[in-house]
Design a protein around this ligand. Structure first.
Ligand code: 5GP
Length: 173
């Protein structure tokens, strides 16, 4: 297993997260947000993001998974439900990376059933060329090519989430 050089450094990440939080704070001025990070991958991004958002908010988590090794299984597992209904709330889904879009498509449809006032998506990374489902990302940290990345919450086999930066991951034969 090889971890490459940082694709995005700690400094680049901090700067971009600050910009995203500024944009979100502006867009939701005078409102209250329900932030829904998708675990486990989005935990680090979400904790940095919410600390920089300047509107009142509450947080609830969904635990999703669709990856086995470095390939998506195409099947999304949701391991827990929101504590309270999203009905009538301004909901912001926070995701680590949009890849095929299957997870976000699934979660968006699931939350829409609860009739939120609004529903937007903030994805830290966007691997656009891999998309098989159409999903609209309202806020994106960085676009990346079709590479497998780890760090800043993202894993390989549940490891490397603690790297403070994003790096390309390669499996050695
Ligand atoms: P999707 O459903 O969009 O195909 O995949 C979304 C999920 O797959 C992400 O939340 C993430 O957990 C995982 N994933 C997709 N691409 C990568 C990647 O490059 N690295 C890691 N660590 N996880 C990825």
């Amino acid at each position: 297993m090889v971890i490459g050089k940082p694709l995005f450094t700690v400094e680049q990440i901090q700067k971009r997260v600050g910009e995203l939080a500024g944009q979100i704070s502006h867009d939701y001025e005078g409102r209250e947000l329900l932030v829904v990070p998708l675990l486990k991958g989005a935990f680090m991004f979400a904790s940095d993001l919410v600390r920089a958002i300047r509107v009142p908010l509450t947080i609830d988590f969904l635990n999703t998974s669709s990856y086995s090794d470095t390939e998506t299984t195409g099947e999304v597992k949701v391991h827990c439900e929101l504590r309270d209904s999203a009905k009538g709330k301004d909901v912001l889904i926070v995701e680590d990376i949009a890849d095929t879009g299957i997870t976000l498509d699934f979660v968006t449809k699931k939350l829409q059933e609860q009739e939120p006032r609004s529903l937007k998506i903030c994805a830290f990374l966007d691997k656009k060329e891999r998309r098989t489902r159409e999903v609209h990302l309202d806020y994106v940290g960085f676009e990346i090519p079709n590479v497998y990345v780890v760090g800043y919450g993202l894993d390989y086999d549940d490891k490397f989430r603690n790297l403070p930066y994003i790096a390309i991951f390669k499996k050695t034969a």
